[in-house]
Design a protein. Structure first.
Length: 246
C-alpha cells in the first residue's frame, strides 16, 4: 500500500490469536458481508465472508442441508475455511476446505478472480487450508449435504474415570461409522438445572458423540460406548445442527 501499512482482514472476528487485527495496521472489516444464496437443486451455497457458522447453518438447514463447519457457532466461516476447517460433519463429508467448490478473491494486484478447480486451480488449491495470505476472499461457494436428523450431546463421567473414558473413546472411534463424530475432553459440569446437584462444578471426563441419522441408528452406534464407559451424566438426545453460540 502507498502508506506502507500492513493489512489485517476481519471476517467473523473469532481468531483467538488476534489475527483479525494488528497494531499499526489497516484492518479490512468484512463482517458486514453476510449475503447467502442457496441453490438446493444444484446443492450449492454461496456465502459472504462476514458470516458466522450459526448464520450459515440457519439458512442451509431451512433446505435440509449442511456443510462441515466449526463446532462453535460464533466462528467465522472465512477463517475456518481458509485454515482447513474441522467440524462435526468431517468424518461423513470431509473438512470444510474439501467442501469448497470455488471462491471470489481479490489479490494484492487489485484483480478480482473467480477460482475453482477449473479456474486458477493453483490459487484455489492454496486457499484450501493455506491460510489467509493469498488475497482477500469476498465470497465462498460450498457443497452442502443432506442433513435432517442429528442425535448427540454430552456423556460425562467423574474425573477419576478419565483413563477409562479415553480408552473407550479410542476403541469406539476406531470402529465407528462415518455418521458418528466423537470428541473427548475434560470439562466442568455447569451449575444448571439439568445437572444433578452432586455433580455441579465437578471436573468430569466428557465425551461428545454426534450422530447424523435416525435416532434408532444412533442408539445402536452409541451402545458400545455406553457399555465401555457408563456415564454419570447423559445429556444426549435429538439436537439441531446449529452450533452453540460460544
Amino acid at each position: 500500500m502507498a502508506a506502507g501499512l500492513p493489512v489485517s482482514i476481519r471476517g467473523g472476528g473469532h481468531s483467538a490469536a488476534g489475527f483479525s487485527v494488528a497494531d499499526g495496521a489497516l484492518m479490512l472489516d468484512l463482517s458486514a458481508m453476510k449475503a447467502i444464496r442457496i441453490d438446493p437443486a444444484a446443492r450449492i451455497a454461496a456465502a459472504g465472508p462476514g458470516l458466522l457458522w450459526r448464520e450459515l447453518d440457519a439458512v442451509t438447514q431451512g433446505f435440509g442441508l449442511a456443510t462441515t463447519g466449526g463446532v462453535v457457532g460464533s466462528t467465522g466461516i472465512a477463517g475456518l475455511t481458509l485454515g482447513g476447517g474441522i467440524g462435526y460433519l468431517d468424518r461423513l463429508a470431509g473438512l470444510t476446505c474439501d467442501n469448497l467448490l470455488g471462491a471470489e478473491i481479490v489479490t494484492a494486484d487489485g484483480r478480482v478472480r473467480q477460482v475453482s478447480d477449473d479456474a486458477d486451480p493453483d490459487l484455489f488449491w492454496a486457499l484450501r487450508g493455506g491460510g489467509g495470505n493469498f488475497g482477500v476472499v469476498t465470497s465462498f461457494r460450498y457443497r452442502p449435504h443432506p442433513v435432517t436428523e442429528v442425535y448427540g450431546g454430552l456423556l460425562a463421567c467423574t474425573a477419576d474415570r478419565a483413563s477409562e473414558v479415553l480408552r473407550a473413546y479410542r476403541e469406539v472411534s476406531a470402529a465407528a461409522p462415518d455418521r458418528l463424530a466423537l470428541y473427548a475432553g475434560l470439562v466442568t459440569a455447569p451449575p444448571a438445572p439439568f445437572v444433578p446437584e452432586r455433580l455441579r462444578g465437578q471436573r468430569m471426563a466428557g465425551l461428545i458423540p454426534v450422530y447424523f441419522g435416525d435416532p434408532a441408528e444412533a442408539t445402536r452406534a452409541l451402545a458400545p460406548l455406553l457399555t465401555l464407559a457408563p456415564p454419570a451424566l447423559d445429556l444426549t438426545g435429538r439436537c439441531p445442527i446449529r452450533k452453540r453460540s460460544s
